[in-house]
Design a protein around this ligand. Structure first.
Ligand code: NDP
Length: 278
């Protein structure tokens, strides 16, 4: 009998670590499954949906979704979790009884990496998130669930941060602003760079005054060493700095547990995949 089939779909997909991660999870937990990568078609319209449906028809049980298909996967799904609905984006799908059930584990993976792996619980803390794109939309509900005293979302196009904050009823502890306002806001216990600035070696215009030496700085991009953002945090005396490799492994573990009903260990794998920051 064939083992249960899973895949990650994206374009490009050559760089993906998901088959390695899920392969090791399967081995560790003794699950009989395969996990491949699929380069999805960007055009024509509808070709992405056809690829997913052929995978299901061939016996596929679930899929991870990465750029640029997270919105298309959302549109294709029959059922969505609350956090996937707020994100408007999907990073994991489960195929059952002819239905496509959709989730977004990026945010829970991020929160788990910060709180469990990096020992930085957010409860009652001041937390600053930079950016208001897909990653932040997916992370917002899990961040609120972690009950920070204050959660500030800063974005270059401030109206995007404002629109996002308005969608979530979290009371006065959740606010949106532009970068210019950050200089007057004091120090934060945790600053998360969820912009894509680091992918091009840029620094979001964040003032060094937001960092607290006893706090932490987290960069969602990974494998890039000390990004300008992490460098700024270091120069401000922040000891606890980390990149997004732990988030990557933790979102994979969430999807794996959702599909298979068993949670894999993540620590050793994060260590193995981590490229030292300096
Ligand atoms: P999006 O394209 O959806 O959003 C990009 C965001 O970055 C926007 O808020 C944009 O601001 C902001 N931005 C881009 N360039 C700059 C700049 N030079 N200065 C200030 N702000 C800037 O990207 P995603 O949300 O999907 O991804 C964000 C980051 O998270 C990427 O680095 C990605 O690689 C990483 N990521 C990591 C994951 C992991 O598992 N570790 C998972 C998912 C994402 P504006 O709206 O004003 O244009």
């Amino acid at each position: 009998m064939m083992s249960d089939e899973y895949a990650v779909i994206g374009n490009p997909i050559g760089h993906t670590k998901s088959p390695l991660i899920h392969g090791l999870f399967a081995k560790e937990t003794g699950q009989d499954m395969s996990y491949i990568s699929i380069e999805g078609p960007v055009e024509p319209d509808g070709a992405f949906a056809d690829t997913v449906r052929s995978f299901i028809a061939a016996g596929g049980r679930g899929m991870n979704v990465t750029a640029p298909f997270k919105l298309k996967a959302f549109a294709l799904s029959d059922e969505r979790s609350e956090r996937a609905a707020l994100a408007g984006a999907v990073n994991a799908m489960k195929f059952e009884n002819g239905r496509i059930v959709a989730e977004n584990f990026d945010g829970v993976g991020l929160v788990r990496d910060i709180e469990v792996n990096l020992h930085q619980p957010m409860a009652a803390k001041r937390v600053l998130i930079l950016g208001a794109g897909g990653a932040v939309r997916g992370a917002l509900l899990p961040f609120i669930a972690a009950r920070p005293a204050e959660l500030v979302v800063a974005n270059r196009h401030v109206e995007k941060a404002e629109a996002l904050v308005e969608q979530v009823a979290a009371g006065g502890s959740l606010t949106a602003c532009g970068y210019a306002e950050l200089a007057a806001m004091g120090q934060f216990d945790l600053v998360v760079n969820a912009t894509s600035a680091s992918l091009t070696g840029e620094l979001p215009p964040v003032p060094a005054s937001v960092f607290s030496a006893r706090g932490a700085a987290y960069e969602l991009a990974y494998g890039k060493g000390l990004t300008p953002f992490l460098r700024l945090a270091r120069e401000a005396g922040v000891q606890g700095v980390a990149d997004g490799v732990g988030m990557l492994v933790e979102q994979a573990a969430e999807a794996f547990a959702w599909w298979r009903g068993i949670r894999p260990q993540t620590r050793a794998l994060i260590d193995r995949l981590t490229i030292p920051l300096e």
